[in-house]
Design a protein around this ligand. Sequence first.
Ligand code: NAD
Length: 472
Amino acid sequence: MKNYTKLYINGEWVAPDGEGACQVINPANNQPAGSVPLGNEHDVDAAVQAANNAFLSWSQTSSVKRAEFIGAIAARLNERKEEMGALICSELGMPMSWSVAVQAGMPAGVMASHAEFPVEMELEESAGSSLVLREPIGVCGFITPWNYPLHQIVGKVAPALAAGCTMVVKPSSEAPLNAFLLAEIIDEVGLPPGVFNLVSGPGKAVGEAISSHPNVDMVSFTGSTRAGIRIAELAAPTVKRVTQELGGKSANLILEDADLEAAVTKGVSDVCINSGQTCAALTRMLVPAALYEQAVQIAKQAMENTPQGDPLSDVFMGPMVSEKQRETVCRYIEKGIQEGATLVTGGVEKPSGLESGAYVKPTLFSDVNNGMVIAREEIFGPVLCMIPYETEEEGIEIANDSVYGLSGAVWSQDADKAKAVARRVRTGQVSINGGGFNIVAPFGGYKQSGNGRELGRHGLDEFIEIKSLQLN
Ligand code: NAD
């Protein structure tokens, strides 16, 4: 069990000004997993000051040197992958093998993929008589959630380092331990003091202080739409750049000629992975009416066959992140039943033998229409809504009938047709016939799923200011 008592500010572990500790609970058994300090607005001030002081020299560090630091952090993340995976398993509850691969391995890959970007900051272009330059935006504040906690931090830290920005990171209170291990790694590789600072604590105190701080140039936020709106409001008076990666209610559009078995089974595993706590989860499955009953039976089988249990054992699904999250998900399950959807499998009772953790059974609703609350709001749990449609046009219409626009999927044996339909889905990414998440492709949302992109070259752009030299 890791009990961190200090914050990482200006290249040192320092005692916080804020009092008390944030207890981290292992949701598999509701026992303590560790703790981190509860920072406050004075700690944010100190961290922003350090980031400000470090900015000038870090932004002028050669691209080769910045690439070396990024490579060194990636290598250490990779070396400590098992330890990181176990830590995230203990705070989040994702099964160990998945946690090592997805929660620890993927961010190591994301960090490594950014080593090629520092040199891009040197690109210049001509525009008539002007020379157009790229410069780092400055001091960045990063506020992140718990569901892919390290990935979401690294998706911001890596491009910021590449661009030459300095930063203050505030991790979630549910899964903050991984951020402290990252800080240890950053300390080990000798990143210059003040470039990376870590202040844990409540969203209200620490997150709001970062969002409104006059010396922070940009806030990058991942989390709920509710908090994202609040952060944008707080950032407005100081005209910060704000990027937001928010919620989703993504549609899995299965066309008439799709491989139904493959599409439905993959759709179920997509909703169950990380206990459904995935912003891009395909939680609305849209199926041609003629194939609907068959699809429901395939989904039921797949859900009931999903191994669930102690994250330290060989299972696909563990608990929710917390009892609180379990309660939220159960309220939605009850709502779905009240609204008249058919509960095909799952429900609000804990799975037998798993009563001491925050477990929710994989849950399937049929007879859902897109107007129901369970089809409109993000549940953030292993709950799949199956919605029938009559024509392809109607399927696309239902897919787009959401305030969100984060992700989606289209299945058809005719890949060209699938791509044509995908172009009409108004979301930041669309998986074609099960195409997987790609760490170098831009990720982000349309509509109320956010602003801006992370990962790859487009992710770097968010951290760049453009300067024109008007030549004579
Ligand atoms: P959350 O919004 O409650 O918290 C996210 C972070 O914001 C935490 O660090 C929290 O402490 C902080 N925060 C909360 N209120 C704040 C405030 N008033 N001011 C400043 N900071 C504040 O979200 P969560 O419950 O941790 O995460 C789940 C949500 O995140 C889901 O809605 C999910 O869809 C979304 N999410 C989106 C993406 C994406 O890339 N689009 C990725 C992962 C999660």
